[in-house]
Design a protein around this ligand. Structure first.
Ligand code: SF4
Ligand code: SF4
Length: 455
């Protein structure tokens, strides 16, 4: 059990107090009348999450999401990319497609609900991607297709094909922070025209989002939103949107180090969110709703898998040689930081897959006693050591903003201090005890379409 006392400031500047248990998701007022639930609770049944570790390897079963890694080659070099220093496996090409399709048909007992096509940059592999996706579309006509692309290799022919094939597209773009990725395709007249052509085709169908990452170099969601709205329109959908996990020195350089930096980032994030400047980020709605639902349905921590879902038996990442890998961001030639191979089995024998490369949050020091556990769900499941610690620090500062916004949404009061078994810098959410100079600014209405605010 991890209990926290959360100190809140009410609109009349009085202090209020909540008790929060991250294991049972119980959130109650503390007052003269005893403990009162903040929200009416309707308990739901949850299944237990798979607790994956080297000693308790993860398995794969009935596959719902199939992630196909075409290879890690990319025509860009983002300085925080999780794939930057991953050794590449043997390259794949169009001649692998037929054998791969045979493997898929022989191994999956049911049609996957969703198929994702991953690079590197997937359009580097267009000669392989086209026959692969066309055959899979025939085999699985109802499956959702998804691809993440930087958009720089789009052509009218590719755009038409993506539209016809029913793809949903995540277009990677960090808005004003694009310099971390290299040359901006929106600065190139031809590339810009191709990107806007694809956007015009897919936006009315709700099948395209602009995926932005937040980092020390690109810390303001409000600035990203404004920049993207100016180029794609006021109703742009912004995907991804979380603070990066650091995978190497470049990623580390893009994370915050000091307590002052962290509290300034939280203050900025909370201020932007409550001022209604980040509502086009899906993550804003999703995280706040997720926390409120955890309270409403009394979600136990034992039901929580990892944030990316790749520990789940129904989510499978493979390459075209039929190698099963930890996730789409690694290769069959790579080793996880815990010394275990990222190659965890073969598509031809799914029952023998054993994922030893990942560590469930419950096996990490700190996650069980972390107030944002219900919405963070652990940092990257294969990181270790200083990279995991920096990722955890970043994840805390990112998630505590949504945690505070959800609580303010539910109570009308602003959380400022979380007392419990956690480091001092994490207790003082906005660093107010250290400096009166930082303030999240005036509160407006949080623009989220939720109906669970108590009367
Ligand atoms: S912020 Fe860190 S300690 Fe808390 S749940 Fe996330 S990874 Fe675990
Ligand atoms: S294990 Fe999950 S969080 Fe880590 S790189 Fe892979 S998809 Fe991302």
């Amino acid at each position: 059990m991890a209990q926290f006392r959360i100190k809140l400031i009410a609109p009349d500047d009085s202090e209020r107090e909540l008790l929060y248990d991250n294991q049972t998701s119980r959130l109650t007022w503390v007052g003269d009348a005893g403990e009162q639930p903040v929200l009416e609770v309707t308990p739901k049944q949850f299944s237990e999450a798979q607790v994956v570790s080297a000693n308790n390897p993860g398995r794969k079963g009935l596959i719902k999401t199939l992630k196909i890694s075409l290879g890690l080659s990319c025509n860009y070099a983002c300085n925080y990319c999780s794939q930057r220093f991953v050794p590449h496996a043997d390259s794949t090409n169009p001649s692998d497609v037929d054998d791969f399709l045979q493997l898929v048909q022989g191994s999956l007992s049911k049609a996957p609900e969703r198929i994702e096509f991953w690079g590197g940059e997937p359009l580097v592999y267009i000669k392989t991607l086209k026959p692969l996706a066309e055959h899979l579309r025939v085999l699985y006509p109802d499956a959702e297709f998804l691809m993440i692309t930087n958009g720089s290799l789009l052509t009218l022919e590719i755009n038409e094909w993506l539209e016809q094939m029913g793809f949903a597209i995540g277009l990677s773009h960090d808005g004003p922070g694009y310099r971390a990725r290299g040359a901006d395709p929106l600065d190139d007249p031809h590339q810009r025209q191709m990107i806007l052509d694809l956007y015009t085709r897919l936006h009315p169908k709700g099948r395209i989002s602009i995926n932005a990452m937040i980092s020390k170099q690109n810390s303001s969601r409000a600035a990203v939103q404004l920049w993207l709205q100016e180029r794609f329109g006021a109703d742009v959908q912004i995907g991804e949107g979380a603070f990066i996990d650091p995978y190497d020195e470049g990623g580390l350089a893009a994370t915050y180090k000091t307590a002052r930096e962290h509290s300034a980032f939280r203050t900025q994030g909370f201020g932007e969110l409550r001022a209604g400047l980040t509502g086009r980020f899906e993550i804003t709605h999703q995280k706040i709703q997720d926390f409120i639902d955890s309270i409403r349905f009394a979600r136990p921590a034992s039901a929580l898998g990892q944030k990316c879902g790749m520990d789940r038996s129904a989510n499978l990442a493979v390459d075209l040689k039929g190698n099963v890998i930890t996730c789409q961001n690694v290769s069959a030639a790579a080793t996880a930081p815990n010394g275990q191979p990222h190659l965890i089995g073969q598509l031809s024998d799914l029952s023998a897959v054993r994922m030893k490369s990942a560590t469930h949050w419950s096996q990490r020091q700190g996650c069980s006693s972390c107030p944002v556990l219900q919405i963070c769900k652990g940092s990257c499941m294969f990181l270790e050591g200083p990279l995991w610690e920096a990722g955890c620090d970043a994840a805390y500062s990112d998630n505590v903003v949504f945690f505070a916004a959800a609580i303010e949404f539910l109570t009308g009061c602003m959380p400022v201090f979380i007392d419990g078994d956690l480091p001092p810098d994490r207790k003082d959410i906005f660093g107010l005890a250290r400096s009166k100079a930082v303030s999240p600014g005036p509160r407006k209405v949080i623009p989220i379409a939720l109906d669970q605010r108590p009367a």
